[in-house]
Design a protein around this ligand. Structure first.
Ligand SMILES: C[S@@+](CC[C@H](N)C(=O)[O-])C[C@H]1O[C@@H](n2cnc3c(N)ncnc32)[C@H](O)[C@@H]1O
Length: 230
């Protein structure tokens, strides 16, 4: 696995360094060591090893290296490193994210330089996804927190079962029958809170009843039949 991670890292790094538009955009940033905000993505040498190795833990490297060419949706794509890596292996990957005007400018600069096909959409509770014209074989959402809502008292809260059930069923309309879903959700920053993603008892029971594999903050659905039927 270590060798595989190193090989993928080298391939992605070489592709980034051979891309003059990316290197130009990147040169405008000098992130501090340990920087946590979006600017950390400019330091790809520091960022990519952990990023690719985490993909390995979740079985995503097998998906990247598999023979079947996949149609991939990366929700909350940010700088676009996930679709970029899939595209390097001949897959067709799309990045979904909020409008550039609401996002840090590094995301626009990097996704543009990397030629990422970007779908502009803000995921919100009980709001339909845009009508995608393709069928996804794989859906990934990493280090993002689209799963938030504003409670009646105005505070930030995580989605409960009804919001997740609506979202997953809506998403599956745009997926192939054997689609796999991978979520590794982030902490969400509220006005006065820093909300950790941790499924409550009901949500945990819902995910498990729909065939999820859960490890810490990582949730995957290797088969989605039970979500469709539920
Ligand atoms: C920290 S970045 C993660 C980028 C990338 N997934 C990664 O693994 O490095 C979080 C991204 O999620 C996006 N995001 C947050 N809430 C969202 C929502 N409700 N709908 C769509 N994208 C969202 C943000 O705009 C941002 O680009």
């Amino acid at each position: 696995m270590k060798l595989l991670i190193q090989a993928l890292l080298k391939i992605q790094k070489t592709a980034l360094e051979a891309n003059p538009a990316f290197m130009k955009a990147r040169a405008a940033y000098s992130p501090e060591p340990g920087e946590l905000g979006p600017i950390k993505y400019a330091d790809y040498e520091r960022f990519l090893p952990g990023f690719i190795s985490a993909m390995g833990k979740f079985g995503l490297l097998e998906e990247i290296l598999g023979e079947k060419k996949l149609c991939v949706l990366d929700i909350g794509t940010g700088p676009g490193y996930t679709p970029h890596l899939f595209n390097l292996f001949g897959h067709e990957a799309y990045g979904l994210d909020i409008p550039y005007s609401d996002a840090p400018k590094i995301y626009k600069e990097f996704t543009t330089a990397l030629g990422i096909k970007r779908i502009v959409h803000r995921i919100q509770p009980f709001e339909p996804l845009p009508c995608f014209k393709v069928a996804f074989d794989l859906v990934i959402a990493r280090w993002t927190c689209f799963n938030t809502k504003v409670s009646d008292d105005g505070s930030l809260a995580s989605w409960d079962v009804p919001e997740w059930d609506y979202f997953l069923k809506d998403l599956l309309q745009y997926c192939t029958p054997n689609v796999r879903l991978f979520f590794e959700l982030n902490k969400a920053r509220g006005k006065h809170t820093f909300l950790d993603f941790f499924p409550n008892k009901e949500l945990l029971a819902y995910f498990l009843s729909r065939g999820a594999y859960i490890k810490g903050r990582f949730i995957s659905f290797p088969c989605c039949d039970r979500i469709r039927k539920g």
